[in-house]
Design a protein around this ligand. Structure first.
Ligand code: MN
Length: 281
């Protein structure tokens, strides 16, 4: 089996904040995709999210599995935080996935950024928020509906960078042709209901257009926070999924790998916020 990912991503500062502390990573060669939502005074939030993604990538390149790569990212952010008084106390969420060409995904997750899976008309959250309101829901003190409007909904109970070491949730998924995975920061999920998000995803086949439409909708709903969206479509070229092949990058632009463990090289259209994937065989 040889699955391929078609990825669209968009990030936006929103309508209220003056800078974007969210960041994302889509690494074609590695099969590594992640979203990070930073926090902290001065430029701390931006530094934390960017530093976490870079350290994640470096650790993953060095062979670390996703959970260890997330811990390496935590420690890198923490070290930088301790070393610079202007960055003290900075932190970030991180939801990161490693993808292989069999459709196997391993997610490492800390904080309240989220992953959702769209499959055959269903739409399900696959991560659990590390947040105060999620704990109150689990304790039976809040309903999910109350939590959506709760003023404490942005308070998180776990983040990268606050101390050395971090507990990482690991979630494994097996994806197949037609599945769509969404990674997003809370700037999306605090502005749009899950039903609304599911509808946007179902109505837009192109992953980049879907990401942009979700960001636009979150902005239209108020855009009180930075918004980041990554839409990941799983494509099986052998299944003849013509509908899922993007006109901007025909299948013959993807260079096949003859054998071995080398990552598939890919041709990337020169467009910002738009990546193509060739998955490792
Ligand atoms: Mn946020």
């Amino acid at each position: 089996m040889s699955l391929r990912l078609q990825v669209g991503a968009a990030t936006d500062v929103g309508q209220v904040r003056d800078h974007n502390e969210d960041d994302y990573l889509v690494d074609d060669d590695l099969g590594l995709i992640a979203v990070a939502d930073g926090m902290g005074g001065h430029r701390g939030g931006e530094v934390a999210s960017a530093a976490a993604l870079e350290a994640l990538r470096v650790a993953f390149v060095a062979g670390a599995p996703i959970d260890e790569a997330v811990i390496a990212a935590n420690d890198a952010v923490h070290e930088q935080s301790v070393a610079d008084p202007n960055l003290r106390g900075m932190g970030t969420t991180l939801t990161a996935g490693s993808f292989d060409d069999e459709g196997h995904v391993v997610l490492g997750h800390v904080g309240d950024s989220r992953a959702y899976l769209s499959r055959d008309g269903t739409f399900d959250r696959v991560t659990t928020d590390h947040s105060l309101v999620e704990e109150l829901i689990q304790a039976g003190e809040l309903t999910p509906e109350e939590a959506e409007r709760d003023p404490r909904r942005s308070q998180i109970t776990r983040a990268l960078g606050l101390e050395r070491g971090v507990l990482v949730d690991v979630i494994e998924l097996d994806l197949s042709d037609g599945d769509r995975l969404l990674l997003c920061s809370d700037g999306l999920t605090t502005m749009l209901s899950e039903d609304a998000i599911a509808t946007f995803l179902a109505d837009e086949a192109d992953p980049t257009a879907a990401a942009v439409r979700l960001v636009d909708a979150a902005n239209a709903a108020g855009g009180v926070d930075n918004i980041t969206v990554i839409v990941i479509d799983v494509v099986d070229d052998d299944a003849g999924g013509v509908d899922s092949v993007d006109v901007d990058a025909p299948a013959d632009e993807v260079i096949p790998v003859p054998s071995g463990d080398e990552p598939t090289q890919l041709v990337e259209p020169a467009k910002p916020r738009r990546r193509w994937f060739g998955l490792r065989r």
